[in-house]
Design a protein around this ligand. Structure first.
Ligand code: GLA
Length: 379
């Protein structure tokens, strides 16, 4: 049974009767452009066929009641009591209500069931999916228009100021504005997007290492701070404004750590723009090479990879039909992504599962992802 069917069935069980709307918002996999978003740079993610779904029906009072297996029972919160962060998973939907209210929207209550098949902590943006699905749900019952960049910024505000994670804008932007069969080149400064098709005859394969990121928040915030230090050194608003040539001119004056962090971000921005170009030319070989280079840079210069990620990337690259592979998302565990010849995808997936399990003892989850639309009202 599809999640669409499940969410409707569960709604009938929890609230009796039918929902008046169903919304979905996807997770994402980033093809290239990692740790560049909070440097005002470029990213190239696609929205995937794993998503958060909400079946909902308006309520007469200013309360939201959400049932989800994430918290095993229905949780109700009041829309006139959004002063303080509490705790637990409901704070993602509740944070969206807070941010919408702060932005001046007069939001109204609803009953809803929330189901998601985006794995949590895997680097596929399960929380952005929930945020954008919740924003869509409020849009439906409260009748405001959907503007993807505005809603993405709102979701980022939830992460930054409600949940307390200093993440960039990529995850919410792609969950809000993805397009079927395309990746999206996002300029994280202007929030302009360009659709980029996948090279013909290729598929994107997600390789979940079955490890979950550990101390990711503190390491993430530390990397952010190092990037800001580097931007100050170059006297620019963000590392986006430094070219590789300008970097090389003055790099020797930076301490070794800051130098490597900056080199990753600056070279990754160039790789990402180049990747969009070669995708438009349909060049899978060059795209794969850029993905491989991105992994090396994340592993050695930005130091956000892990043994499991390096191993699964190596396993992937050894298989015929693999153009390239790299870690994806924040790092330290979770998923890698590979570009693979469509006709080799099945044998690729089973071979990598075996070789990775043999070298780590862990059972990975390897699957082809289709690029889907971003947050949408289904019914
Ligand atoms: C996480 C953050 C994003 C981005 C990536 C790394 O997914 O939420 O904003 O910084 O890490 O590219």
């Amino acid at each position: 049974m599809s999640l669409y069917e499940q969410v409707i069935q569960e709604f009938a069980r929890q609230f009796s009767g039918q929902p008046t709307a169903v919304v979905r918002a996807p997770g994402r996999v980033n093809l290239i452009g990692e740790h560049t978003d909070y440097n005002d740079g470029f990213v190239l993610p696609m929205a995937i066929d794993r998503a958060a779904w909400i079946a909902l029906r308006p309520r007469a009072d200013a309360r939201v009641c959400v049932y989800s297996p994430y918290f095993e029972q229905a949780i109700t919160f009041a829309l006139d009591d959004l002063e303080t962060y509490r705790d637990g998973w409901i704070e993602y939907p509740r944070g969206v209500a807070w941010a919408l209210t702060e932005a001046g929207h007069a939001i109204t209550g609803w009953d809803g069931v929330l189901l998601s098949d985006v794995p949590v902590g895997a680097g596929l943006s399960s929380s952005a999916a929930v945020e954008m699905a919740t924003a869509r749900a409020f849009g439906v019952v409260s009748g405001f228009d959907w503007d993807a960049p505005t809603m993405a910024k709102l979701g980022q505000k939830v992460e930054n100021h409600w949940i307390g994670v200093k993440s960039g804008i990529m995850d919410q932007m792609i969950s809000a504005s993805g397009r079927a069969d395309h990746a999206l080149l996002i300029d994280c400064r202007s929030l302009e997007t360009q659709l980029v098709p996948l090279p013909a005859g290729t598929v994107v394969v997600v390789l979940d290492t079955a490890t979950r990121r550990g101390l990711v928040d503190s390491a993430y915030n530390e990397r952010r701070a190092q990037c800001e230090t580097a931007a100050r050194f170059f006297a620019v608003p963000a590392l986006r404004d430094v070219t590789l040539a300008a970097f090389e001119d003055r790099a020797s004056l930076l301490d070794a750590n800051t130098r490597r962090r900056a080199r990753h971000v600056i070279s990754e921005n160039e790789r990402t723009l180049r990747a969009a170009e070669v995708m438009r030319q349909g060049d899978a070989v060059l795209l794969g090479q850029l993905m491989n280079d991105s992994h090396t840079s994340l592993r050695d210069d930005f130091e956000v990879s892990s043994d499991a990620l390096n191993t699964i990337v190596d396993c992937a690259r050894r298989e015929p039909g693999c153009y390239g592979a790299r870690m994806t998302g924040a790092g330290f565990g979770g998923c890698a992504v590979a570009l693979v010849q469509a006709e080799a995808a099945e044998s690729f997936a089973s071979a990598v599962s075996v070789t990775y399990r043999n070298s780590t003892g862990l059972q990975p989850n390897v699957y082809v992802c289709r690029a889907t639309n971003g947050a949408e009202v289904i019914a």
